[in-house]
Design a protein around this ligand. Sequence first.
Ligand SMILES: *Cc1c(COP(=O)(O)O)cnc(C)c1O
Length: 364
Amino acid sequence: MSISSKLVHNFSAGPSALPKKVIEIIKTDFPNWNKSGMSIIEVSHRSKEFVDVSLEAERSLRKLLNIPDNYHVLFLQGGASLQFSMIPMNLSNSDSSVDYAVTGSWGNKAVAEAKKFTNVNIVCDSSASGYTSIINEEEWIKDEKSDYVHITSNETIAGVEYHFDPETNGVPLITDASSTLLSRSLDVNRYGLIYAGAQKNIGPAGLTIVIIENSLIKNNKAKIPAMLDYRNYIEKQSMYNTPPVFSWYVAGLVFEYLIDLGGLEVVEKTNIKKSNLLYDFIDNSDFYSNPVEKSCRSRMNIPFLLKDKDLENTFLIDSFKAGLANLKGHRSVGGMRASIYNAIEVEAVKDLISFMKDFEQKYG
Ligand SMILES: *Cc1c(COP(=O)(O)O)cnc(C)c1O
């Protein structure tokens, strides 16, 4: 099915929209990259040209997030999901324990993997609210002997985001930041490890960013397969084997684009504006609703329900025709979801709201 309108707003949860300017650069530079007569996906990852691109991407990311020198930045594969395994494998072992705060389905998946390698203590789990809230930090049952505390900064499916960094009293804090990284400023110093699959705010799928503090890397006695051992990637500048060269290159372009916009403070302001517009509209309507507690609503993924469930299909068909693509909610929660990552402009959110108003008038 193709969209007739020229202007398409892509609200996909991931892989998701990239900045149009970045798409333009790729398009222009691809066939004859760096005047080499080749594209970037055809040159050796060990060539000076590609190594320069890879180092520049790291420099830009360090600048954007203000990453201190005592952190390694790794460009890996396997998605955020592989980190669900690599983290407990590398940072814990069968005689110790780890803490997990569960605020949705990604957190649950991370727990399931961790249980294969270590003892998991669930510090909080908001399933009783249908994962529409985060349990007050004072009620968390933390274990100060844990190897780390793991949170999910933004649960992409239900749209639940932390607007605080939990206090872990010296225990390393780890976050799955797949759908928040680069959407806001972040105090890296508060975390031992931050990871994200690229396909939300960073670039094409296939790349995973891991930012890890030096002292977490220990000589773990467990036998870890080479491809799953952080030490090998640290030693080889993320080129233990052939890295995802295209995704890495595009991520570098996205980082530069965000720096040119003015950095993450500017990006965050725009994201606050965009999400407020949509939440305010939904909250003031009797026709649409969002079930998430206000204190932990996501700025990136905004699920919403229609008063009349039978209209969902019509909503999806009509919105698609109007150039508003990929608004279907995740199959596990139903309804609609607008993912409004960095590449979604304020105008796109306004167009969505205007469509929602018209739809309500027609069917409400
Ligand atoms: C998308 C997503 C994942 C899964 O990412 P993959 O790269 O597909 O493994 C994990 N956690 C969160 C929070 C996500 O948004």
